[in-house]
Design a protein around this ligand. Structure first.
Ligand code: ADP
Length: 638
């Protein structure tokens, strides 16, 4: 169950080289890869979630899936619907209720029967209407004949004929009301239904009764004909998928809970002032398996009773973001590209080199050494853009060139913003990438998930009138204070300077940009403060990122790859990163020649690299530069 899927239809080298991005597959293009029929076998990674889905399908249990967008939640939900038995499917019919027009009757029949019943009713009504028409025309002829020949009054004849006509029309309307409304039709359904109710409004989720502008006078549409099924009814015997479950309004969540509990739910008009609100059907079956999805916040904001309902009667799974990079996995990624090409139907097949480039991107986007990203929606976007470029050129195949071009185009909004930001700052010459400046350090930050920006930090130190203060502005204030207090603990050990008696001003140049996460700038702040304190210049062709411990250790941070690329784009030639992040570096080839990456593990190394010239003997900087982490420990700084 849920075992790994072998890629079929192509020759495989069982023990491939580590550099072989195709994991030993001997293919020229994606056309040689065969794609499994079942959706559940097409799912890549997410082994745990896949096992749960297969198990839950057997037991008809609800599932809660938590994880990042585009990792396969709706794909798995759909896959589950394929695994549910098809035999149980039902059609649902709504009938006119002669006793109470506002309480239509509901009947369920085996799938396929619904259409037959409606057709039979229609046929019957047609025959009846035919008979009636015939009868009507005979009566009209008799009335007209009588009026003309016997009485000799044409006008009376015409009026009488008109009355006869209207009476018959009215009767025929009644016979239409006898035709049931086929609310749920599963005649052509190949597998159990799958309904995606993400972001559905109440009517689409719970069903609705249309408003009737002609509410009386015999002109109205009979109420049972105005009833519309909701996703909960269409998902009967199948799967109801709701992503971003927490965004569903509370009332809808409550109703959803009722539907799950009772297995049936009456349909009524959802807008209070409409005539539909007077109508309420008999209960309509809602025997579905619910798959609720969302990110971590979704769990907090979700109706607790609904969550415990799912938890109590089902499973909760967490979706993975990355997966270990193995030859077997790489082969599955090759199949992923083949799947996306097949799904789209119009993209030229990918060449081996193009596939390699996509897999390289999957490695890069994972942000972790030895891993591949499982954010497949985005990766699929790259595949489609590359294929579209190839198609636009009428190429026979999608090549590596196309993928490289696509990478430029399928940049996220944040990346585009970041690039724009860098451009604008160049215009204003806020970016400095050469020479030495006292108190100014090129820090690096991440914007959004996948783009870096250079974020210069400036520090100024002045004796304080009262107790010293750290003055920083904006959202990064707390981080600045923390890194200053860490660096002051270190400085205290090595000099007589007591920076707690000074005012330290810290400015993040143009950090007003939204979504900038500067949490990893603490070695930057520390370096800027020491530079300002000692009046030593900082190399501006250098950028840095890293977190600082109170002992002076440089701790790992997130997004190093994007940060390094941002530094290179901004014109820096060297960049300092935490040693612990060395394995996460997966920069694009073009940047490799532009910038030298220097991993460090202690603030002393940072100062050694960043500060100008040889420090004066016995100065604070020289002492700081010469120490190591262990030396600090020996000194008792902790
Ligand atoms: P989610 O519901 O988690 O936001 P989807 O299931 O809608 O993500 O994924 C979007 C598309 O990305 C899918 O239609 C599929 O083509 C691809 N995809 C996502 N996850 C996977 C996966 N684990 N294996 C293969 N393809 C995937």
């Amino acid at each position: 169950l849920g075992s790994t899927v072998e890629v079929e239809g192509a020759e495989i080298d069982e023990d491939p080289d580590e550099d072989d991005l195709l994991g030993g597959l001997k293919i020229d293009t994606t056309s040689e890869i065969s794609i499994p029929d079942r959706l559940v076998d097409q799912v890549i990674g997410q082994e745990h979630a896949r096992d749960v889905i297969i198990k839950a399908a057997k037991q008809r249990r609800h599932v809660m899936m938590i994880g990042s967008p585009g990792t396969g939640k709706s794909m798995l939900a759909k896959a589950m619907s394929e695994l549910l038995p098809k035999e149980e499917l039902q059609d649902v019919l709504v009938y006119h209720n002669p006793d109470d027009g506002n309480k239509p009757k509901v009947r369920t029949v085996p799938a396929g029967k619904g259409e037959q019943i409606v057709d039979a009713h229609k046929e019957e009504a047609r025959k009846r209407n035919q008979m009636r028409s015939l009868l009507m025309w005979i009566i009209i002829a008799v009335v007209l004949g009588y009026a003309l020949i016997i009485v000799g009054q044409i006008l009376v004849g015409i009026i009488a004929a008109g009355v006869v006509y209207l009476v018959f029309r009215y009767l025929n309307r009644g016979s239409d009301a006898m035709i049931p409304n086929l609310l749920v039709n599963n005649a052509d359904t190949k597998s159990a239904p799958f309904r995606d109710a993400t972001g559905a409004h109440a009517g689409a989720l719970l069903g609705d009764v249309r408003h009737d502008p002609f509410q009386s006078g015999g002109m109205e549409t009979p109420s049972h004909d105005r009833v519309e099924a909701g996703a909960i009814h269409k998902a009967n015997k199948g799967v109801l998928f709701v992503d971003e479950i927490n965004t569903l309004d509370i009332r809808s969540q409550q109703h959803l809970m009722t539907a799950i509990q009772e297995g049936e739910f009456s349909i009524t008009g959802q807008s209070e002032r409409s005539s539909g609100a007077m109508v309420q059907t008999e209960p309509v079956p809602t025997d579905f398996v619910m798959i609720a999805a969302g990110n971590l916040d979704a769990m907090e904001n979700m109706h607790p009773a609904l969550r415990s309902r799912i938890k109590g009667y089902g499973y909760e799974v967490y979706m993975e973001d990355t997966i270990e990079d193995t030859p077997e996995m790489r082969r599955q990624y090759v199949r992923f590209i083949a799947q996306e090409v097949a799904k789209d139907g119009r993209l030229p097949e990918f060449t081996a080199e193009a596939i390699e480039e996509v897999i390289l991107e999957a490695k890069r986007r994972s942000g972790r050494k030895g891993h591949l990203t499982l954010h497949f929606r985005n990766l699929g976007g790259l595949v489609r853009v590359a294929g579209d470029i190839a198609r636009g050129e009428d190429a026979d195949f999608t090549t590596r060139e196309h993928v490289l071009q696509a990478k430029g185009r399928s940049r996220s909004i944040e990346q585009q913003l970041a690039d724009d930001f860098i451009e604008r700052r160049k215009d204003y010459e806020l970016q400095v990438s050469d020479g030495y400046v006292v108190g100014r350090v090129n820090g690096l930050a991440v914007m959004g998930e996948d783009s870096g920006i250079m974020l210069p930090v400036m520090a100024e130190v002045a004796p304080s009138q009262g107790p010293g203060e750290v003055i920083a502005t904006g959202q990064l204030k707390e981080m600045a204070q923390e890194s200053v207090s860490n660096v002051s603990a270190i400085i205290k050990k090595f000099s007589d300077e007591n920076i707690s008696e000074m005012d330290i001003h810290i400015q993040f140049v143009q950090a007003g940009q939204q979504g900038v996460d500067g949490d990893s700038a603490s070695i930057t702040v520390a370096t800027a403060v020491i530079s300002a304190l000692e009046n030593v210049g900082v190399d501006q062709s250098l950028a840095m990122t890293g977190s600082l411990s109170v002992r002076g250790d440089v701790l790992p941070v997130g997004g190093v790859t994007h940060k390094i690329e941002a530094a290179a784009k901004a014109g820096c030639t060297r960049v300092i990163i935490p040693q612990a992040n060395e394995q996460d570096v997966m920069i694009e080839e073009e940047y490799e020649e532009m910038i030298e990456v220097i991993p460090v593990s202690h603030i002393s190394e940072v100062l050694d690299i960043a500060l100008e010239g040889e420090a004066e003997k016995d100065s604070l900087v020289s002492r700081l530069k010469s120490i190591t982490g262990s030396a600090l420990k020996d000194q008792g700084v902790s």
